[in-house]
Design a protein around this ligand. Structure first.
Ligand SMILES: Cc1ncc(COP(=O)(O)O)c(C=O)c1O
Length: 317
């Protein structure tokens, strides 16, 4: 069993607690019914200092997800954003992954979510390449999963809710069991939806293509970055239905996500994509996005939030 890269402090409902104390009761509602919403955010080490990438949008999505499930953690977007920055400084980290999570704790027995208290924790830890060593350069082998994404109006896909990830786990386990690093799920209509924890893009005849938000996929923040960066570079972008076979016909395929960043896909179902390595457009977009996140390129869209201490309170500016 791998050991978790733990840090010293965790933020819980407005206070810092030591890592070891961040435990919950086995009868907490979330343990049985998956009643959580969460975010995954990256903080990069830039020449100016630690900088959280697209903090505002992640906090907004956390609050939107909570709204769908009628959870009110009682903290404003500003308070949550500041807590993220404070936690990074408190743990003395320069780059890390941040995981704010809102869940229903220990309350009455039974399913009714309203009888259990809503809690907000924020955890951060150092986290490298999500899909394994060398994945960002060499790419990964993926398969189309036999598991579909839930249909619209079943599990709300635009909410980043813990319960949605039981489907993701099935996709991921099937892929790993069959010798692939990642699985690509179809929507109930049979078109391509997304990876187990990433959005997916294709390049075909110079156009960047990604499945439209159809109620089966998460509206990724990295997905948004890639479409905006592509448009900045004059690359045509199309959000559209993507039939499965378009994956095999593509010149390039890549995954996007906060954890996965921009990960090239070199084969799908053992069919080699393009030249079987990161394609030129994938590399161009990957370099551009990481360049902005790492503070090597100008932040034209205002995506970086510098973490700094004001002396009295720690603030994100
Ligand atoms: C199911 C799923 N799709 C897509 C993404 C990519 O979203 P983002 O780019 O906002 O991290 C994630 C990661 O959060 C995810 O879990």
């Amino acid at each position: 069993m791998a050991s978790f890269p733990k840090t010293d402090w965790i933020w819980r409902d407005g206070e810092f607690i030591p890592w070891e104390q961040a435990t919950i009761h086995v009868m907490s509602h979330v343990v049985h019914y998956g009643s959580s919403v969460f975010e995954g955010i990256r903080c990069y080490n830039t020449p100016e200092g630690p900088s959280i990438f697209r903090l505002k949008e992640h906090v907004r999505r956390l609050q939107d997800s909570a709204k769908v499930y009628r959870m009110d953690a009682g903290f404003s977007a500003e308070q949550i954003g500041n807590a993220c920055g404070e936690l990074i400084l408190k743990n003395g980290l320069e780059e890390c992954y941040l995981r704010p999570i809102i869940f229903r704790g220990l309350g009455a027995a039974g399913l009714n979510p309203n009888s259990s208290p809503v809690q907000l924790y924020i955890v951060c830890w150092p986290w490298g390449t999500y899909l394994g060593e060398g994945a960002l350069e060499q790419g990964v082998d993926a398969c189309v999963s036999s598991w579909y994404r839930p249909a619209p109006n079943t599990h709300p896909a635009m909410a980043k809710a813990g319960g949605n990830y039981s489907n993701s786990q099935l996709i991921k386990m099937e892929a790993l069991t069959n010798g692939y690093q990642e699985g690509i799920a179809l929507s109930p209509s049979g078109n391509v939806s997304e990876g187990s924890g990433q959005n997916i893009f294709l390049v075909r005849n110079g156009t960047l293509i990604t499945p439209a938000t159809d109620g089966t996929l998460l509206e990724g923040i990295t997905r948004d970055c890639i479409m905006r960066v592509a448009r900045d570079l004059g690359i045509p972008v199309s959000e559209q239905p993507v039939p499965r076979e378009m994956l095999y016909m593509a010149d390039e395929v890549f995954f996007t996500g906060t954890a996965a960043e921009v990960t090239p896909v070199r084969s799908v179902d053992r069919i080699v994509i393009g030249e079987g390595k990161a394609g030129p457009m994938t590399k161009q977009l990957q370099e551009r996005l990481l360049g902005i996140a790492l503070g090597k390129l100008p932040d034209a869209h205002g995506w970086r939030t510098l973490v700094r201490s004001t002396g009295k309170d720690t603030l994100v500016a």
